[in-house]
Structure formats: structure tokens, C-alpha cells
Design a protein. Sequence first.
Length: 158
Amino acid sequence: MATPSGRSVLFVCLGNICRSPIAEAVFRKMATDNGAVDKWRIDSAATSTYEIGNPPDHRGQACMKRHGVSMRHVARQVTKDDFMTFDHILCMDESNLRDLNKKASSVKNSKAKIELLGSYDPEKQLIIQDPYYGSDKDFETVYEQCVRCCRAFLEQHS
């Protein structure tokens, strides 16, 4: 269900254990710090079934802990209902975007605006690369991109 003010955002990546839970946690902290968290429904999900039920990647959790951002999430897959109840679905790369648009086309009452989270990046880095096979530095890069993008998204939609 969308919040009474109609503000809701779902962050999406392939497995929902790296990029999207980082974006969700970053956005939730920003909305909390701005006193706006009660006006938002915030969640994250996966396009795949690979990691359903798993916690966020331990490297992502460590990165968030270093930045003082709490993270509590269990991976789930995007559902048809998400397209009808979320205002914004923000994904990390072109593959996610294709998968989401394909899924949305089979949902009769889809209302969600599907975009790349990177489209909000003031530094114009459109794609947020998957850090899963990378290093701690790659998780830090994802965090920094999410901070920039979420800040711009929140400012634009507050």
C-alpha cells in the first residue's frame, strides 16, 4: 500500500543483496534525517530469484556500518503488486530496466514509474555496477553513487 501522501519507492537490482538494499538503507536514512520518513514507503527487491530470503551481502553491511547507516533487509523478488502499489521503481542497470519493463507490461494496472537510479546522479554515472564479484572498494563506490542519487531523488520528490 502506498502512503497517504502517495510517496513510495522500490529500489531494484539483480539479487537484492548488494545494490538495492544499500540504496534502500541510504534513502531511508536520508528521509529520516530530513524528517520525511513517515511520508514514504521504502523497500527493495530483486529481478531474480537467486537470493530470496538471504540477508544483504556482508561486505555491503560492513560498508554501511562504516557510514553509520543501519541496514535490515531480507531479499525478495519484485511482485506484480509492486507495479501497482509503488510510485517509483528505481533500478541499477540496463538489464534490471529491461526485466522490470517486461514484467510491468504484463501488469494491467501498473502505475510505477520505472527508471534507472543513476538517472538522478549529478555526476551522470547512469549505471550502478554490481559489486558482488568485486572488492570492498566496489561496495564503497555503490554507496557513494547511492548517496548522490538518493539525495537528488529525495530533493526532487519532496
